[in-house]
Design a protein around this ligand. Structure first.
Ligand SMILES: Cc1ncc(COP(=O)(O)O)c(C=O)c1O
Length: 373
């Protein structure tokens, strides 16, 4: 993959933030491409001009967006619920699966992946990663007990960037549910819920999807529609405009877990982002983020910055670099217009498809010049 060809420069040009920043922080939140703001602007312009006049058109656009988001992850439209963030999606999934039994997860997870289960009284066991930071599918398999009803992992880990082979996990879980947090992967790495035999999945929109805040989604397999969701609202029913306050039938779609009037702006933002990413191509994006990440770790190795992120098949687009004084390093980089995240072990650097070899060069050169306070 060429790191600087004209097509990628054109893609980069769609992100106004990149004209001013060396933005290596997609794992926290991404700037959005112009098409996302255009979608939200279009909606708000119509709202400003016509009130809820276009209501029916907005509902139709919501369903068209649902179909495109579903296709993006290999799901069917009735398996998708729009949610504001990962936490909401995980809670919807816990609502459906909490009574089935214990959960097997790992010690690397972001808190919102595991805490909602623990909050509900579900036992969550955690497998530790190997010395290089990778979570081994054999270790997960060996830790599985009959009491485990669910295997729970992030596709990519928030801190060290370990990327999991979801198809291998789908094989290893032995008939249990496989629940996946896609917050750190969706938009950078292709997800296919069918190939991975995923039971349920949740992601935010503001990281690698480039959709901004409030624009996430959850996938829940169709057979879970047989289960009773814990929460519902008037819009979760087949005939909301009957205004019957005594009787209802639930929608035969996981859209029933979206409560009340839709946040159209965020949904359209997600739709625009998914169209933008699909237009570039999931394979091209994956190859690009991996090539940039390899270019990054080659540079870090060259200047002697130790890293804690696994490589090889476990490599993602996030690299955790060891520094004893993370806040100082982040400030040193910020002074040079370079954006990364502090972590307890050092700094986390993200290489998304919109980054360039020059971005990575700028970071490596600033780190080479860095002296601890
Ligand atoms: C793996 C993972 N899940 C979830 C979240 C955040 O959850 P939410 O979208 O609810 O803010 C993060 C990061 O900030 C994350 O890295």
């Amino acid at each position: 993959v060429s790191l600087d060809d004209a097509a990628w420069r054109e893609v980069r040009g769609e992100f106004p933030a990149l004209a001013r920043h060396v933005y290596l922080n997609a794992a926290a939140a991404s700037p959005t491409p112009r098409v996302v703001r255009a979608a939200v602007d279009r909606f708000h312009a119509a709202l400003e001009a016509e009130g809820d006049g276009p209501w029916d058109a907005w509902l139709a656009e919501r369903e068209a967006t649902r179909a495109r988001v579903a296709a993006f992850v290999g799901a069917a439209p009735d398996e998708i619920a729009f949610v504001p963030n990962t936490s909401t999606g995980i809670n919807l999934i816990v609502d459906l699966l909490a009574d089935d039994g214990d959960v097997l997860s790992d010690t690397l997870e972001f808190p919102t992946v595991t805490l909602p289960w623990i909050h509900r009284g579900v036992r969550v066991d955690a497998v530790a990663p190997r010395a290089d930071g990778h979570l081994d599918v054999d270790d997960l398999r060996a830790a599985l007990e009959p009491r485990h009803a669910t295997v729970l992992v992030s596709h990519v880990q928030f801190s060290n960037g370990c990327r999991q082979d979801l198809a291998a996990l789908g094989q290893a879980r032995g008939g249990r549910h496989l629940v996946v947090c896609g917050s750190q992967s969706t938009g950078a790495f292709a997800i296919d819920v069918q190939a991975g035999q995923i039971t349920a999945f949740a992601t935010a929109g503001h990281k690698w999807l480039c959709a901004g805040f409030g624009a996430g989604f959850a996938f829940m397999r169709r057979d879970l529609l047989a289960r009773r969701p814990r929460v519902m609202g008037w819009f979760s029913t087949n005939d909301p405009f009957a205004f019957d306050n005594r009787h209802y039938s639930l929608l035969d779609s996981h859209a029933r877990s979206e409560l009340g009037c839709p946040p159209f702006g965020q949904i359209f933002a997600l739709g625009a982002a998914v169209d933008f990413l699909a237009g570039i191509g999931r394979e091209r994006i994956e190859a690009r983020v991996l090539a940039l990440n390899t270019y990054l770790t080659d540079g870090l190795d060259r200047i002697g910055v130790p890293t804690l992120s696994p490589r090889g098949a476990y490599r993602s687009a996030e690299t955790l670099c060891v520094f004893p004084d993370p806040a100082h390093v982040v400030a040193h980089l910020a002074e040079r217009g370079i954006h990364v995240s502090p972590k307890p072990q050092g700094i986390r650097v993200s290489t998304h498809f919109y980054n360039s070899a020059e971005d990575v060069d700028a970071l490596v050169s600033a780190l080479r010049d860095y002296r601890p306070a």
